[in-house]
Design a protein around this ligand. Sequence first.
Ligand code: DC
Length: 225
Amino acid sequence: MNKPVSVAIDGPSGAGKSTIARILAKELGYIYVDTGALYRTVGYAVLQKEIDPQDAVAVESLLPHITVSMGYANGEQRVFLNGEDVSAYIRTPEVSMAASTTSAMPPVRQFLFRLQQDTARQNSVIMDGRDIGTVVLPFASVKIFLTASAEDRAQRRFLELREKGMDVTYEDVLADMKERDYNDSHRAAAPLKPAEDAVLVDTSGNTLEQSVEILKAIILNALKG
Ligand code: DC
């Protein structure tokens, strides 16, 4: 069997990672792994147990009592908390913030590390997150760091949330995004930063199709070399 290929796509939220990675995974025949969904599942578990996401001791003591796993239905990734599919509950602004807070805690990162690495060991993957190229898959075949201006990213996320029927304003989404960017890039454990050997791509002003083509060219070129 050929060694599985792994493509790491990191970057701040709203840069288009998941949409682009999902399309590319389909085109290239790889599995798409959304690691943010795993951190969101932990955030959701914390809120469900009415634990304060800032309370690192309480969050850590919850971990041995939960299981987080992934599966695929119709080509879409689903996430499971204690065997229950919670994919529909993890996209709210509350869960986003709880995920951002709890993902800064080393025990939470440790808790999800194995699942991510094992998935990439067994399958060719396009994995998106914040520390995939730097920590989870340092030997990834291709590493891409995808970004865009905060305003561009907030606008995309705002439209996505409105489409899902959520009652949010652009200003709130932008403020949340800036707060999460700050948290994600200033934490001590696996902060958001490009791997030294990552290709940087700024998607500001691009259409989705343009960004997909740019990334596809980078991936195919890297795999050829
Ligand atoms: O990509 P996302 O917005 O769904 O991620 C939710 C949160 O999880 C985000 O604030 C940062 C965190 N995260 C992380 O710390 N490491 C990852 N590999 C993926 C997400």
